[in-house]
Design a protein around this ligand. Structure first.
Ligand SMILES: CC(C)CC(=O)SCCNC(=O)CCNC(=O)[C@H](O)C(C)(C)COP(=O)(O)OP(=O)(O)OC[C@H]1O[C@@H](n2cnc3c(N)ncnc32)[C@H](O)[C@@H]1OP(=O)(O)O
Ligand SMILES: Nc1ncnc2c1ncn2[C@@H]1O[C@H](COP(=O)(O)OP(=O)(O)OP(=O)(O)O)[C@@H](O)[C@H]1O
Ligand SMILES: O=C(O)CCC(=O)C(=O)O
Ligand SMILES: [Fe+2]
Ligand SMILES: [Mg+2]
Length: 334
């Protein structure tokens, strides 16, 4: 047994909790390439994570790696974002979101009006983020070797206009995804500048990744809620929270069932982050009919019908299969 494996065994024996339940998955999804002790359900041993880091992800559902993306790379992403805002480049399939307050006002939209870009997989410069080797090395610990980049975002959280619409309600990202298993999906989220409580850093509820997918809906907020910003319906404000304050280049990897959100941006600056949701290419699509995800499926379909100008045959699954891009290994299923 290697030193790391020995250390891991020791640490596991000191945990005062029952072993995690291993959920059954189709055999195609079980990855036997790595050392995968039965008690560790969420991570693989690729010789990258220390035993402590693995156990921390197993218990908390997230892991923060400091200084993972270089200043140069982040400055390049920022420049590309600004070009997109100035409409100097046109990116097929890109979704440009404006904050509710701006979208519904007379305010003449300039580049500062953009609160989020989604689906930048056709922009080579931004998509470079999703293929950074140091990110993929970590991603592999959660997904295994065949890796798809399924969902991309650059979030430009605006200064709050006074209605608290810059908040992102507490949610589980899995609500948006019609593929499984959840444990083979991970989000990488990199701070493009210092993020802290004042400008609306991520807020996570540690350990909630061990729960199931909850019902989501629009929270009942006085100032309104941005399109598709669903929140966990019975959000418990008493659950212990962690505010993830991060420096430029720091990256958090988190499980798609981890309940998280972000607070109001109370500064005058735009808080920027870039992120990608990865999944094992061995994952499989599910039909969400009759599940709690039916409400989001309907909203996505309505928007996709307009965006792609296609007939009503488009499925929730199709909207994901179009956008997914292989970044490592083989495109086996998704
Ligand atoms: C894990 C991950 C997926 C979690 C998340 O990211 S949760 C958030 C997911 N968000 C999304 O997928 C993006 C959703 N947004 C979009 O697709 C777009 O921004 C749209 C809402 C369709 C707006 O597109 P756009 O090209 O700006 O179209 P229009 O200017 O013609 O606006 C169409 C109608 O939408 C309204 N609108 C635009 N932005 C927002 C907003 N932020 N909140 C609420 N309503 C909004 C706009 O006022 C207009 O409404 P009407 O004038 O038709 O009543
Ligand atoms: N009723 C609610 N339902 C769902 N999510 C909520 C609700 N109220 C607050 N949140 C979420 O809780 C998180 C923290 O929000 P908020 O900015 O209010 O507090 P904070 O940043 O933790 O504390 P403070 O602003 O006092 O420093 C955000 O993700 C926010 O969207
Ligand atoms: O950057 C943020 O505010 C978090 C966004 C988020 O959690 C999401 O879009 O799923
Ligand atoms: Fe999220
Ligand atoms: Mg706050």
């Amino acid at each position: 047994m290697s030193r790391a494996a020995e250390r891991l065994k020791l640490l596991i024996n000191h945990l005062d909790r029952p072993p995690a339940v291993i959920t059954a998955a189709p055999t195609s999804v079980q990855t036997s390439t790595y050392n995968h002790p039965q008690r560790l359900r969420y991570t693989f041993d690729t010789d990258l994570l220390t035993p402590e880091q693995r156990l921390s992800y197993e218990e908390n559902g997230f892991i923060l790696i400091k200084n993972l993306v270089s200043e140069e790379d982040i400055d390049r992403f920022r420049k590309e974002f600004e070009k997109i805002c100035r409409q100097e480049v046109k990116v097929p399939g890109l979704v440009v979101m404006r904050d509710l307050v701006i979208a519904k006002s007379e305010f003449v939209a300039d580049q500062k009006a953009i609160s989020k870009l989604q689906d930048f997989q056709e922009d080579p410069e931004l998509f470079r983020y999703c293929s950074l080797p140091q990110i993929l090395q970590y991603v592999e610990c959660f997904t295994g070797p065949n890796i798809m980049a399924m969902h991309t975002m650059l979030i430009n959280k605006p200064p709050d206009a006074g209605k608290k619409t810059s908040r992102h309600p507490m949610h589980q990202d899995l609500h948006y995804f019609p593929f499984r298993p959840a444990d083979r999906i991970v989000c990488a989220w990199t701070a493009m500048e210092k993020v802290h409580r004042q400008n609306g850093c991520l807020v996570v509820l540690p350990g909630t990744h061990t729960s199931t997918l909850q019902e989501h809906d629009y929270p009942d907020w006085e100032g309104g809620v941005n399109k598709m910003y669903h929140g966990v319906r019975n959000y418990d404000p008493q659950h212990p929270r962690v505010h993830l304050e991060m420096e430029k280049g720091d990256t958090v990897f988190f499980h798609p069932l981890l309940i998280h959100g972000s607070g109001m941006n109370q500064t005058q600056g735009f808080r920027k982050a870039i992120s990608c949701h990865y999944a094992s290419a061995d994952c499989y699509y599910i039909d969400v009919m009759g599940t709690t995800q039916e409400n989001i499926e309907k909203e996505v379909k309505d928007i996709a019908l307009k965006k792609y100008d296609m007939d009503s045959e488009i499925t929730f699954k199709d909207t994901w299969a179009f956008r997914g891009r292989l970044v490592q290994g083989e495109r086996t299923s998704l």
